[in-house]
Design a protein around this ligand. Sequence first.
Ligand code: KIV
Ligand code: ZN
Length: 511
Amino acid sequence: MNPLIIFDTTLRDGEQSPGASMTKEEKVRIAKSLERMRVDVIEAGFPIASPGDFEAVRAVARAVKGSVVCGLARAADADIDRAGEALKEAAACRIHTFIATSPIHMQMKLRMTPDQVVERAIAAVQRARRWTDDVEFSAEDAGRSELDFLCRIVEAAIKAGAKTINIPDTVGYNVPDQFAHTIRSLIERVPNADQAVFSVHCHNDLGLAVANSLAAVLAGARQVECTINGLGERAGNASLEEIVMAVRTRHDIFQLETRLDTTQIVPTSRLVANITGFPVQPNKAIVGANAFAHESGIHQDGVLKHRETYEIMRAEDVGWSTNRMVLGKHSGRNAFRTRLEELGASFASEEELNAAFARFKELADKKHEIYDEDLQALVTDANLAAENERAQLRYLRVCSETGETPCAHITLTLDGEERSATAEGGGPVDASFKAIESILQTDTDLLLYSVNNITSGTDAQGEVTVRIAKDGRIFNGQGADTDIVIASAKAYINALNKILQPTERAHPQLL
Ligand code: KIV
Ligand code: ZN
């Protein structure tokens, strides 16, 4: 077997997308899903960024056993020691340290000479090796760095003890031939190249992140850094699902294997979309709703006669379920638990299972057919409620009548104490949000409000995402219910709860 290492950075670079910030609990939920998918390395965050980021990396390190958990650190002692501390309890950990190597970054951002940068890189790798043998070094903005200088710093980093050398196209500037040439040249020219795994990390500013990564793999890279749904800084990172399925589907070309369970791709994609509030476009490869849909009569006819006429992958291999209708009103607890476990959900305790099952019964009273998507939303929603939010929805009544001003009456608990308010608005959702705000008084801006039906039909659950901003920080909230006004109120309260527990954090590449 000739392995290709899959390094997922959804929880670190993905989270750097403005508006995609995640709570510790959300990060653990995504990390468990990545672990189930058998991702090799999970980059859990940038521990020095804030106490919250440190705690999130520590929580992921504790929770994950089947993947290496990685923490990012600039080439500075304090960063590296903070990452080492956060990762201490991981079954297997990696420290990923980086410094910029392009002339523009060295001169304008770091204000350091190339010699100083090499010295810093060596010191950082050596310091990280005090914590773990598994050290990765990245030459930030390698895509715009001079090849001779890259060769020099990569050789020095390997000599200092780095086991993985990552070559990022930080600003998404490269094109496939050029990037492949860089990787091939490094592997050929660096004298100790055989002592490290070469990795790539491509951004998608020109829409070339996946193409550049795959070209690099053909040139000898054996680790790809990527994110679920291609989430990431600006236009995003290379998308994990596209890399993995390209390598698998075109094994004739790549002749490499990943150890991934690809059936976990769609559930993980959905989880990430729900948590971040970044929906997946319908025509997105692999995980878009239309990725396996055949609209035209000719295509449908061909697929029915012989699937491979128009399909190069099987929908079920990436986790699109064929058996869609699963449970109903009369289904028991056992069937409920079994199906959810098949879908990758797990329950920390019997109480959590019981709470989710009670919600399932409530839902089954309102909706006859419960699909996998409903079950997933239900557990996510149950998990959200279980997160000890300071503010919780207790009661909501709205009035909506032609010719009358819509109004909402709401009761919340805030730190266990009941509070009620009534407000009018342009519609029942607007009135509900005003009533909630009059209780919580957070003074936030609403950036996004979106409703999606989880399944089809008028009895479908509505899944609402709300994005709010306060003092330059952005938070997302989600809620699901067959009543979209209630789903909206839940989503808004979920987002506001994050403001009620704010944390300051730093960005790794802006310091
Ligand atoms: O894009 C980049 O250069 C990064 C590094 C920190 C690896 O994210
Ligand atoms: Zn990046």
